[in-house]
Design a protein around this ligand. Structure first.
Ligand SMILES: NC(=O)c1ccc[n+]([C@@H]2O[C@H](COP(=O)([O-])OP(=O)(O)OC[C@H]3O[C@@H](n4cnc5c(N)ncnc54)[C@H](OP(=O)(O)O)[C@@H]3O)[C@@H](O)[C@H]2O)c1
Length: 303
């Protein structure tokens, strides 16, 4: 029987997060929303991020029932200025940050460049969490916090052509998505090495196949409608079909809270278990190069 609470599925329902502050990006919908609610039920003060004030307020009102003074922050991740302003706002608002869940992201079928001149999917799914993590790092260091980044099995088969990050020539939404999710895994592996001495941990994950989230909203209509049709009956069946949105939040909640992963860092998880990422995701030269290129593209330097 599948639980309707992600913390139960993740086996962390007895963890007490009272006094802890967590920040979940993309928490106005789908997997991020369920992640935020689970962390709120465990007693954390939950800060949520999204683009829609209306959707954010709905999540806030649910979180308020669990107490702990939740707060909503709005920012479009396609803009590096907006991401930096968000980090400043968070830093002004809280005295501590124990967990950052980099969840916001999606599959975008229209090839476009951001105002910063970067391919949109790469900018939203990778560059934004890169900058946000860098700017919030001083807070995370103080708490020896955890960084949890939602990647995808779609990183398998992907590669990063560093010459095309400022181009949309021959754009394919799936290819750009896979590349951005590969960047998530590489980012986390490099981050884990760099922050190890500070006691901060960083892990990435695949949440499952979750057609009931808003994930398919940018796909052409028949596919998008088909994904939603799959979310009901099939998600209720046991087995390797598709996952409910609650199940989709389980690995994020596990990595954010479980004592089992205390001190575990630089790893990739599926279904709350460590799994080896693709060969490209384990390439240390690409990992280093991605870090340097990300610093350049975002004009960000890690503390
Ligand atoms: N669903 C799946 O099967 C699946 C599988 C593997 C990985 N994932 C990953 O899981 C994460 C969550 O996806 P989901 O399925 O929960 O999707 P979702 O329901 O569409 O939620 C995505 C969240 O990210 C926010 N977001 C999207 N674009 C943004 C932007 N430009 N700036 C700021 N926020 C933005 C959305 O805000 P708005 O509400 O304002 O759009 C929403 O809060 C993503 O990183 C996705 O790649 C999902």
């Amino acid at each position: 029987m599948v639980s309707d609470r992600a913390e139960v599925g993740a086996g962390v329902e007895d963890v007490d997060l009272s006094g802890r502050t967590v920040f979940v990006t993309g928490a106005t919908d789908g997997i991020g929303r369920e992640t935020a609610l689970a962390l709120g039920r465990l007693g954390a003060r939950v800060l949520i991020h999204g683009r829609s004030e209306e959707k954010g307020r709905e999540v806030l009102s649910q979180l308020s029932a669990y107490g702990a003074d939740p707060a909503l922050f709005l920012a479009d991740f396609a803009s590096q200025d907006a991401v930096r302003a968000l980090a400043d706002e968070i830093a002004d608002h809280v005295g501590r940050l124990d967990v950052l869940v980099n969840n916001a992201g999606g599959l975008f079928t229209d090839g476009e460049l951001t105002e910063d001149g970067v391919e949109y999917t790469f900018a939203v799914n990778h560059l934004a969490p890169f900058t946000l993590t860098a700017d919030l790092y001083p807070l995370l260091r103080e708490t020896e916090g955890r960084v949890v980044t939602v990647s995808s099995e779609a990183h398998r088969g992907a590669r990063i052509d560093f010459d095309s990050l400022r181009s949309v020539d021959g754009y394919s939404g799936w290819r750009a998505y896979g590349r951005s999710k590969l960047a998530n895994v590489l980012f986390v592996r490099e981050l884990a090495e760099r922050v190890d001495e500070d006691g901060v941990s960083a892990n990435s994950l695949h949440p499952g196949v979750v057609p009931g989230s808003g994930f398919g909203r940018n796909l052409p209509d028949p596919i998008s409608a088909g994904m939603h049709a799959l979310s009901g009956p099939l998600a209720a069946l046991p087995g390797p079909f598709v996952d409910s949105v609650v199940e989709g939040a389980e690995t994020s909640v596990y990595l954010a809270t479980s004592p089992e992963v205390e001190g575990v860092s630089g790893k990739y998880f599926v279904n709350c278990e460590e799994k080896r990422p693709s060969r490209a995701a384990r390439d240390r030269r690409t990992q280093r190069r991605l870090w340097t290129v990300s610093e350049e593209l975002s004009d960000t330097e890690f503390a």
